[in-house]
Design a protein around this ligand. Structure first.
Ligand code: SF4
Ligand code: FES
Length: 249
């Protein structure tokens, strides 16, 4: 296939960026989107032009590093990560726009790379459980109800990619934060920090400059791991419960 790519190029966080056009020939339908970018970068390097900077690591949909807005959609036209998107999703002759995540709390570092350290700070605010020192506890010492294990697993699927933020018209991080809060709050091991976790993580999310949630649902539509919108309502319930408990105590 022959495609025309229009790619966001930006030297650093202080310089203005612009879309730049690149024709790309010989694209196989079996290539991943990132492999297609690799071939373009090899050509740019040989021609003496700076290769396009983009984030990637596992290339198998588990690390959350890849972060491209493709033709206006976070991760592109399929419900998967950009590294798992294949060129068979495009047609010969297509023009494809490639941009970075666009959100106030995710400033562009260079080209298609954005700074997602705000997510790390939300995790640091409460995404952990207390583990007493001493001998390892007996296996199954803490029984976990099947329903709680299933709910925790569903929320633990969040890979922290940030597509939910990029897709949200408000630049909200509610889906990500709710996945991380609910993952631990439904488990008995997460009970000691149940209230502080949700209060501190939501406070950090607000401090990072993410927008508020107006339940447009774009986040859940873009999420490659299927984190449901009900995750946000569960977190809101947890937040109200924690506020009531803290004001009572
Ligand atoms: S909730 Fe989904 S879209 Fe958001 S960071 Fe987690 S995996 Fe990515
Ligand atoms: S590179 Fe790891 S999820 Fe895409």
């Amino acid at each position: 296939m022959r495609l025309t790519l229009r790619v966001w190029r930006q030297k650093n966080d202080r310089s203005p960026g612009a879309m730049k056009e690149y024709p790309v020939d010989g694209v196989s339908p079996d290539m991943s989107f990132l492999e297609m970018l690799d071939t373009l970068n090899e050509r740019l390097t040989l021609e003496g032009e700076e290769p396009i900077a983009f984030d990637h690591d596992c290339r198998e949909g588990i690390c959350g590093a890849c972060s491209l807005v493709i033709n206006g959609d976070a991760h592109g036209p399929e419900r998967t990560t950009a590294c798992q998107l294949h060129m068979r999703s495009f047609r010969d002759g297509d023009t494809v726009d490639v941009e970075p995540w666009r959100a106030a709390a995710f400033p562009v570092v260079r080209d298609l790379v954005v700074d997602r350290s705000a997510f790390d700070r939300i995790i640091q605010a409460g995404g952990y459980v207390s583990v007493p020192t001493g001998a390892a506890p007996e296996a199954h010492a803490t029984p976990v109800p099947k329903a709680a294990a299933d709910a925790a697993f569903e929320h633990a699927e969040c890979i922290g990619c940030g597509a939910c933020v990029a897709a949200c018209p408000n630049g909200s991080a509610m889906l990500f934060t709710s996945a991380k809060v609910n993952h631990l709050n439904v488990l008995p091991q997460g009970a000691p920090e149940r209230e502080t976790r949700v209060l501190d993580m939501v406070a950090q999310m607000d401090a990072e400059g993410f927008g508020g949630c107006t339940l447009t649902g774009e986040c859940a539509t873009a999420c490659p791991k299927g984190i449901p919108l009900t995750s946000i309502t569960s977190m809101n319930k947890e937040w109200l419960r924690a506020n009531r408990k803290v004001s009572r105590d």
